[in-house]
Design a protein around this ligand. Structure first.
Ligand SMILES: CC(C)(COP(=O)(O)OP(=O)(O)OC[C@H]1O[C@@H](n2cnc3c(N)ncnc32)[C@H](O)[C@@H]1OP(=O)(O)O)[C@@H](O)C(=O)NCCC(=O)NCCS
Length: 176
């Protein structure tokens, strides 16, 4: 397995894996989910890390550039935000996600926001990784946040008929 920075040649494979494991967060786009993800990933391709096996991308994580907006009213300035984060299902629970997240957050001097979701009714999908890597949950957006904000039709679980989905904001505060 190889861990490396993403290049523009990876955009389609990255967008494909996101489409398969998440759906899209690019809900304002009128394009379909795969095309929305191509659009979204292209903007930040230089800020993604990937894990590949036999030239196939099996995991990815991205981190934004410095953002000046205070999207979740956290009172933080100059934050970075974790972008898409996913691992091919058959490779999950092998530490790949943790390695990719670490590549994104190591040596970052800013506060880092992670918007985490989960449909298992108990905790967000990335809870254990976030806890182990110094993030803490700072805001619970509520179980109907995604439904109210019209995300569900672009989610991987759109046909599951979920009636709630956990939405939480986790932050890793900068260390001076
Ligand atoms: C979230 C995701 C990227 C994690 O990738 P991964 O490669 O499986 O993650 P890792 O193997 O590095 O880490 C999983 C960790 O959580 C721990 N974990 C998972 N479920 C657990 C549980 N129920 N109880 C205790 N620990 C648990 C694992 O033991 C592991 O910790 P360890 O490294 O100390 O053993 C992957 O599950 C995924 O792609 N999910 C779908 C997309 C998604 O939900 N993205 C994140 C949105 S919040």
């Amino acid at each position: 397995m190889i861990y490396r920075k993403a290049t523009t040649n990876d955009i389609y494979q990255i967008a494909y894996l996101i489409t398969k494991t998440i759906g899209t967060c690019n809900i304002k786009s009128s394009k379909n989910i795969f095309e929305s993800n191509i659009e979204e990933v292209t903007k930040d391709i230089k800020n993604y890390y990937v894990c590949s096996s036999n030239k196939k991308i099996i995991g990815l994580c991205g981190i934004s550039k410095i953002l000046n907006k205070d999207s979740f009213n956290l009172g933080l300035k100059n934050v970075k935000e974790i972008l898409y984060f996913c691992v091919e299902p058959k490779y999950q629970f092998n530490g790949i996600g943790t390695n990719l997240l670490k590549l994104c957050i190591n040596n970052i001097k800013n506060d880092i926001i992670f918007e985490a979701w989960g449909d298992n009714g108990k905790y967000v999908n990335s809870k254990f990784i976030l806890e182990k890597n110094g993030f803490r949950m700072v805001k619970n957006l509520g179980d109907s946040y995604y439904r109210k904000n019209n995300y569900c039709h672009k989610c991987i679980n759109k046909n599951k008929g979920c009636n709630k989905c956990i939405a939480e904001i986790w932050v890793k505060y900068k260390t001076i």
